[in-house]
Ligand binder design. Structure first.
Ligand SMILES: [Zn+2]
Length: 178
């Protein structure tokens, strides 16, 4: 068990005591919460190893409907992110699963959704030097849902467009309709 885990366990124990939350269901809660956070924050291999491959295709590559779970930085409450990530290759592509790995790497840093969107698009620009990169995220923020926006279907949408996507309405439309 890591030092981080031990600290989380102590903090949760104090939280439960403070709020007089006790009984058989809470007995192992501190350990469970610590394990959950330890896994979420540290159970990964760091930034994905990105290998690029040459291509003669310069048509957009779009990955859509990739779901990843994170936590919002303001309330530490789960967020479900649905990603649409694309780029227009300029001689190089990445393995398709890497787009999801890049997204998941950033999610573990507990970013604001707005910043997460920018970070992904900018990583693609840096890694692949493509004609353009685009990221759209739809987030279901449980902090918003449980605090009053009661509609179960509320989603927050953020976008970031770089390169050709920034300048071309058609490229954006094609991305959104892919
Ligand atoms: Zn929040």
């Amino acid at each position: 068990m890591s030092n981080n885990s031990i600290l989380t366990e102590q903090l949760v124990k104090e939280f439960l005591t403070q709020h007089d939350l006790k009984g058989p269901n809470f007995e192992e809660t501190p350990q469970r919460v610590a394990k959950l956070w330890d896994r979420f924050l540290y159970d990964d291999a760091g930034y994905p190893n990105i290998k690029t491959f040459p291509t003669t295709n310069s048509e957009p590559v779009v990955m859509k409907n990739h779901i990843a779970w994170g936590y919002c930085p303001h309330h530490l409450v789960p967020v479900q992110y649905c990603f649409r990530i694309g780029y227009i290759p300029k001689g190089e592509v990445v393995g398709l699963s890497k787009l999801a790995r890049i997204a998941e790497y950033h999610v573990k840093k507990l970013p604001l959704q707005e910043d997460l969107t920018v970070a992904i698009a900018e990583d693609l620009m840096e890694l692949l030097h493509p004609h353009g990169a685009a990221c759209m995220i739809e987030g279901v923020h449980f902090c918003a849902v449980i605090r009053g926006i009661k509609s179960g279907d509320v989603k927050f949408k953020t976008t970031c467009f770089r390169g050709e996507y920034y300048h071309s309405k058609e490229a954006v439309e094609e991305f959104l309709n892919a």
